[in-house]
Design a protein around this ligand. Structure first.
Ligand SMILES: Cc1cc2nc3c(=O)[nH]c(=O)nc-3n(C[C@H](O)[C@H](O)[C@H](O)COP(=O)(O)OP(=O)(O)OC[C@H]3O[C@@H](n4cnc5c(N)ncnc54)[C@H](O)[C@@H]3O)c2cc1C
Length: 248
């Protein structure tokens, strides 16, 4: 991530007010929004502990009082630095926060018909912010197609919320969670879509009559998924693809 930051700018502080374990490797945390802090749907905040800073996309809509995050643990043996520290943090603990939310992973044009929003696991976070913000504002023309890939059913994080929103806003939101390891014990109850998200996308595009003329594509999360989506949808099929890679 970009670590250019003027030391003259004061870091803000933010406190954990709620924490929810989603699975062994996933948590949601809610932190206070400093009074001077603002962000746009799709942007990320930069949190730190003892000078170790990382970017986290924001699931909240800008009018919510708290900043909601969905974080995956990268274990120390796999090179994780801040997330093992976050795993030991509890309600009341403090992060530093850079004073400005960042990121151009935003919906700039709200007049399009279809927003095909492809993600792996925590990459769904900016789309949760889009859904909370734009569906609530009744942007009737905008149809969101949220595709989320995950290894396990208990890692979607926003399954209930996105399912419910897709029922209430059935003309404006379609949510397709898909799991890549259908035969594993943890997934045996699953009756939904199976296969990696980048491999189900062609079929989805065809069945929903999406074309480069009526659709913009967003891809967020795992860089391999994003590269595959760019090669397939952008280079081969001519869609515009906007991307946010969570790591290199
Ligand atoms: C714009 C942006 C938004 C982000 N938003 C989120 C978010 O909403 N939720 C979230 O959990 N993370 C998000 N990340 C990743 C986050 O910034 C950290 O990299 C991540 O939490 C791991 O931090 P760490 O200090 O433990 O490990 P790091 O020192 O950051 O990384 C250690 C190693 O793990 C790799 N890595 C990082 N994340 C993952 C992962 N999820 N799976 C596998 N390997 C990984 C890194 O490339 C590196 O090789 C975002 C990153 C960016 C750039």
């Amino acid at each position: 991530m970009n670590t250019n930051f003027s030391p003259k700018k004061k870091l803000l502080q933010t406190k954990i007010v709620k924490r929810e374990n989603i699975s062994d490797l996933m948590i949601k945390i809610w932190v206070t929004k400093p009074p001077e802090y603002s962000f746009k749907p799709g942007q990320y905040c930069t949190l730190g502990v003892n000078g170790i800073e990382r970017a986290y996309s924001i699931a909240s809509s800008p009018d919510e009082n708290l900043i909601e995050l969905f974080v995956e643990l990268v274990e120390e043996e796999e090179g994780g630095v801040l997330t093992p520290i976050i795993w030991d943090m509890k309600v009341g603990d403090i992060f530093t926060m850079r004073p400005k939310a960042k990121g151009i992973f935003q919906i700039k044009d709200q007049t399009l018909n279809n927003y095909l929003l492809i993600s792996t696991v925590t990459g769904v976070v900016p789309y949760v912010s889009f859904a909370r913000t734009y569906l609530q504002n009744n942007q009737d023309n905008m149809k969101f197609h949220i595709l989320q890939g995950s290894s396990y059913v208990d890692e979607f994080g926003y399954f209930d919320e996105l399912q419910k929103l897709s029922v209430v806003n059935n003309q404006n939101l379609n949510y397709v969670p898909t799991i890549s390891r259908p035969n594993e014990k943890r997934n045996l109850s699953w009756e939904g879509s199976v296969g990696r998200v980048n491999l189900i996308v062609d079929q989805y595009i065809e069945s929903n009559n999406l074309s480069p003329e009526n659709t913009i594509v967003f891809a967020c999360g795992n860089p391999d998924m994003i590269i595959d989506i760019q090669n397939n949808l952008e280079h081969k099929k001519g869609f515009t693809v906007i991307e946010e890679r969570f790591w290199k």
